[in-house]
Design a protein. Structure first.
Length: 265
């Protein structure tokens, strides 16, 4: 049985003082979350402060990115050992904003996933199609390529320690989100691919999140979508209707403008 997972990505928002206030609010508001794991991913500058606030609480700390090397001449980067020292246990890899704005390649993302696993932390591998790719019927093609590249060379045991996040690019920060059915369809396809890459048993243990304009008003519908069987082979999802989306247990939760989240099962 997969425990639902909710991750809040704060992106490039908030001073240290604002991060302290938000982290305190999350901690005090969720003193005993039942049947769900909760993770927050503040900006790098606020990680130390938020780590202190969350110490001893059931809220986990995550990071928005990392470099695959443990140390070196990589100006402006931060390594997995540095994040582990701050009590980070989850790290996002391959978020669409970094793929687009920073030009991160599938090869770089694969190396990050390996680095995160090598330090016994949990990588959250993000995949998702653009609006044009969905209109062209390339959703499955896109997410499959990203998934296979990101998990390339990993053993079944390593795949079992990862989390996936389906985040359609057209839904991130736009106010539009996939329908629960659209999200479940892609998540089912991803779970089918995990069966091929690892095993059916492992595929059923991996949590697959949904992220993209998730908020208090729609998270219950996204989480309530019945789990679907994995689509057999490449029947592309509907091309029209970029609306709301859900996760097969995972979705991103927006706490305020610009702060996104995702949920999973």
């Amino acid at each position: 049985m997969r425990t639902p997972l909710v991750i809040g990505n704060w992106k490039m928002h908030g001073t240290i003082a604002e991060a302290r206030a938000l982290a305190t609010g999350v901690r005090d508001g969720l003193k005993r979350p039942r049947g769900v794991h909760v993770v927050v991913c503040p900006p790098f500058t606020a990680l130390a402060a938020v780590s202190e606030i969350l110490a001893g609480s059931p809220i986990h700390l995550g990071a928005q990115n990392c470099h695959h090397e443990p140390a070196g001449a990589h100006t402006g980067e931060i390594s997995v050992p540095m994040l582990a020292e701050l009590a980070c246990r989850w790290i996002l890899a391959g978020h669409s904003e970094r793929r687009k704005e920073m030009g991160e390649s599938d090869e770089q993302i694969k190396l990050k996933v390996r680095a995160i696993l090598s330090h016994d932390l949990t990588p959250v591998l993000c995949v998702g199609e653009t609006a044009d790719e969905r209109r062209q019927g390339l959703t499955f093609t896109t997410v499959e390529g990203q998934l296979r590249a990101g998990l390339a060379g990993l053993s079944g045991d390593q795949i079992a320690k990862t989390v996936l996040a389906y985040e359609p690019v057209w839904a991130i920060g736009t106010g539009a989100n996939a329908t629960p059915g659209q999200a479940a369809e892609v998540q089912g396809y991803l779970r089918g691919l995990l069966s091929e890459l690892a095993s059916k048993e492992i595929a059923q243990t991996v949590r697959i999140l949904y992220g993209g304009s998730v908020k208090a008003e729609n998270v219950e519908a996204l989480m309530a979508e019945p789990r679907r069987r994995s689509p057999r082979r490449r029947r592309e999802p509907e091309r029209a209707g970029i609306h709301r989306h859900r996760a097969e247990g995972g979705a991103h939760l927006q706490r305020r403008q610009g702060v996104s989240g995702c949920t999973s099962s």
